[in-house]
Design a protein around this ligand. Structure first.
Ligand SMILES: [Zn+2]
Length: 253
């Protein structure tokens, strides 16, 4: 009997240790609303900026009415407004689309060569173990060139995102220090998130940034984490529930 109890305690210890180590090595990407919703002009939801930080310390998104580009970096949330300037949104502001994770780099390496965005992405692709996983990617350092955009807050009735982006503001920087915050999603997740790479930029002085349209890298540090879990919050709003996504998704993020 005593032996059985000792065996059981040992077994339970092994099981709980295994559970703990599994949890420790697990990363979750939390997302609120599928991207197809935003693309089709569903631009309001109820998740607050304050709540976002419960789900991650690293990521990107936007605000209700697409009121600027969101960057989540080191547990802080930044907004790049349509004037290109960065401000800190209040915790009560809401987001219709956000992707965040608690970032722990698994791989880290340094590049010190000038690469345009296309070459950079091709080289980065070679470093990934699979094209079928989601990756969180942080690139910090010097950029020879950076081109970003933001957009002005929309009012109802909302157009689709492609139409809204016809009025986007574009910002161009030469020789700028800062951080790219982003993700790579597999092509099979189209409609759920942005297939391929999606980066937002925040300058080192935290004064400028936006959704990245183009860049050329200088001396940078790249940190990558493969995501092992994906969790998505669906909006409960009438606009979302009644929207017709069966029509062809609108291109243009
Ligand atoms: Zn973006």
């Amino acid at each position: 009997m005593k032996q059985k109890i000792v065996f059981l305690i040992t077994l339970l210890t092994i099981i709980s240790f295994n559970n703990y180590s599994q949890k420790k090595n697990t990363s979750t990407l939390f997302q609120s609303s599928p991207i197809i919703s935003l693309l089709n002009g569903v631009m309001n939801d109820s998740l607050t900026v304050g709540e976002v930080t419960r789900f991650g310390d690293f990521g990107l998104g936007t605000f209700n009415g697409v009121d600027g580009e969101m960057i989540v970096l080191n547990r802080k949330i930044y907004r790049v407004g349509n004037n290109g300037k960065v401000n800190l949104p209040s915790r009560n502001e809401r987001t219709p689309f956000v992707s965040v994770t608690f970032f722990h780099a698994e791989k880290s390496f340094a590049w010190n060569q000038n690469m345009n965005m296309k070459k950079f992405i091709e080289t980065l692709d070679e470093k990934l173990s699979s094209k079928n996983l989601i990756y969180a990617i942080k690139v910090s350092g010097k950029f020879d060139y950076m081109e970003t955009r933001s957009e002005s807050k929309q009012t109802k009735p909302y157009s689709n995102l492609a139409d809204v982006l016809k009025g986007q503001s574009v910002f161009k920087f030469n020789k700028i220090d800062g951080t790219l915050v982003g993700f790579r999603f597999p092509n099979y997740m189209q409609g759920v998130n942005v297939p391929g790479y999606h980066f937002h930029f925040l300058s080192a002085d935290k004064k400028s940034g936006g959704h990245v349209l183009d860049f050329s890298s200088g001396k940078v540090k790249i940190e990558i984490e493969a995501i092992s879990n994906f969790e998505m919050n669906f909006p409960k709003t009438e606009e979302f529930l009644k929207a017709d996504f069966d029509k062809k998704p609108t291109p243009g993020l």
